[in-house]
Design a protein around this ligand. Structure first.
Ligand code: NAD
Ligand code: UGA
Length: 458
């Protein structure tokens, strides 16, 4: 069968995999090929054990794989065959040289551009899916268009806004699809081709276009605004704990103002995930690069409050448990950075585990999907750490439970049974405010929520 378009995605990670699976699922008339430098990842995408856990993902992969969705290892052949190439490689924070700890590391990105240049034999549209500093498209276009005569590349920006744990729903019904382009004849033509793909399932008024720099910047700003809301409510949670106000009640009252809105106002142990911190630091670096120190400081504050919130959580545990955690057994309920994912990148649970180990506590980690990653992440902590999936078994014999991830399962456990199996006095630190605090207190727990009055028996 001849397909209408040959689409390639370079980078088969949390974004590339689900995004391409959705395009293939919705558009059987296109052939979608996903490649990666890690051959074992491609093997996993071709197996029943996908490399990432995401609700609903397996179903759509199963439907499209082998029909018009392919995962392959031959990047060069993929580039040659493609009309449109999405680039979805990782862009982590730089750990070396100028901008270390702040700027985005563009090495994977640039390698991809050079490989496209080396392998392409015909003109192509290149779509930036990765999150990149503003003005990256220009650099990419310069590299790409330094090559063969007659082969032209048009670079579009098309940042991804999906959140992990809800990726499939977000892709199926996005708030918006943003396409940034250069207002030239070839830019407009490339935009039309990309719009045509999304228009297969996204309403026309949700597909918005802008200049290419606005598009690149909008992605960083969207993440900065979302994270800023969490740091704002978390900053208020400390004040609530001092004043006996309840952060949940404050968030509800504030969020009912339609100008503010109710979402992203859940106080927590702190935000995690691979992007918020990295993208804000990238924004801070950009501000600083352009001499905007005050503006950079403002955004950096969002990250500072987040670090403070994690530390505050551990110090609250230490104070509550009679100023020593040495030799005490503490169970972490959840290790993923949020519910419904196995992803643990930048998870606050790792910071908390590290601090507990530093206090010579014994740590037991429980999580329905993230234990493999938790094992790898905590390897360097060199602590007394155990991994037990069953929450009842994990909590048994512990002095305290700390809820790190808002997995649904932790809301509905038999906490009486758990209490009976624990060391007394038993403590629970609810880093997500998801359990019934009054009920747990009545069972006998000493309960420490975030931003709400503590409930203690002494
Ligand atoms: P990821 O690490 O899960 O996936 C990136 C993949 O790219 C990896 O599998 C890696 O092996 C591959 N890769 C790197 N260099 C390559 C090369 N030269 N050739 C082929 N493959 C290569 O990362 P991710 O979470 O999917 O994020 C990708 C980008 O999307 C980042 O810029 C991120 O900021 C952005 N983003 C992520 C999310 C999210 O929820 N994770 C959401 C929106 C945007
Ligand atoms: C976030 C954005 O929501 C996506 O739009 C964006 O595409 C993505 O980053 C990205 O660029 O990578 P994600 O990190 O997957 O998505 O998940 P979120 O739902 O945003 O949660 C991030 C962190 O904030 C989690 O640790 C979560 O538990 C925490 N959070 C979220 C809170 O502490 N309180 C809230 O009210 C909401």
């Amino acid at each position: 069968m001849k397909f209408e378009k040959e689409i390639l995605c370079i980078g088969a990670g949390y974004v590339g995999g689900p995004t391409m699976a959705m395009i293939a699922y919705k558009c059987p008339q296109y052939r979608v090929n996903v490649v990666d430098i890690l051959p074992e990842k491609i093997d996993q995408w071709n197996s029943e054990n996908l490399p990432i856990y995401e609700p609903g993902l397996y179903g759509i992969v199963q439907e499209a794989r082998g029909r018009n969705l392919f995962f392959s290892k031959d990047i060069g052949a993929g580039i040659k065959a493609a009309d449109i190439i999405f680039v979805s490689v990782n862009t982590p924070t730089k750990t070396y040289g100028a901008g270390a700890g702040m700027a985005a590391d563009l090495q994977y990105w640039e390698k991809t551009a050079r490989q496209i240049l080396e392998c392409a034999e015909s003109s192509k549209i290149i779509v930036e899916k990765s999150t990149l500093p503003v003005k990256t498209a220009q650099a990419m276009e310069r590299i790409l268009n330094s090559g063969k005569d007659g082969v032209q590349f048009e670079v579009l920006s098309n940042p991804e806004f999906l959140a992990e744990g809800t990726a499939i729903a977000d892709l199926e019904n996005p708030d918006r699809v943003l396409i940034g382009l250069q207002q030239t004849g070839s830019g407009l033509k490339a935009r039309d081709e990309l719009v045509e793909i999304y228009a297969n399932w996204v309403a026309a008024d949700r597909i918005v276009t802008s200049n290419i720099w606005s598009s690149e910047l909008s992605k960083l700003v969207a993440n900065a605004f979302l994270a800023q809301r969490i740091s704002s409510i978390n900053a208020i949670s400390s004040l609530c704990e001092k004043t006996e106000a309840d952060v949940g009640e404050v968030a509800r009252a504030v969020g009912m103002d339609t100008r503010i809105g109710p979402k992203f106002l859940n106080a927590s142990v702190g935000f995690g995930g691979s992007c918020f911190k990295k993208d804000i630091l990238n924004l801070v670096y950009l501000c600083s690069h352009y001499g905007l120190e005050q503006e950079g400081d403002y955004w950096e504050g969002v990250v500072r409050i987040n670090e403070h919130q994690k530390e505050r959580f551990v110090l609250n545990m230490l104070t509550a448990m009679f100023n020593t955690l040495a030799g005490k057994k503490i169970c972490l309920f959840g290790f993923a950075f949020k519910a419904n994912t196995g992803d643990t990148r930048e998870t606050p649970a790792l910071t908390v585990a590290g601090r507990l180990v530093a206090e010579n506590a014994q740590v037991v980690i429980s999580d329905p999907k993230a234990l493999d990653n938790a094992r790898k992440d905590t390897n360097e902590l060199n602590g007394d750490i155990k991994f037990i999936e069953d929450p009842y078994e994990a909590a048994s014999g512990c002095h305290a439970i700390a809820i790190m991830t808002e997995w649904e399962v932790y809301r509905t456990l038999d906490y009486q049974e758990i209490f009976n199996s624990m060391q007394q006095p038993a403590f629970i630190f609810d880093g997500r405010n998801i359990v019934d605090h009054e009920k747990l207190y009545e069972i006998g727990f000493n309960v420490f929520p975030i931003g709400k009055p503590k409930l203690v028996h002494f």
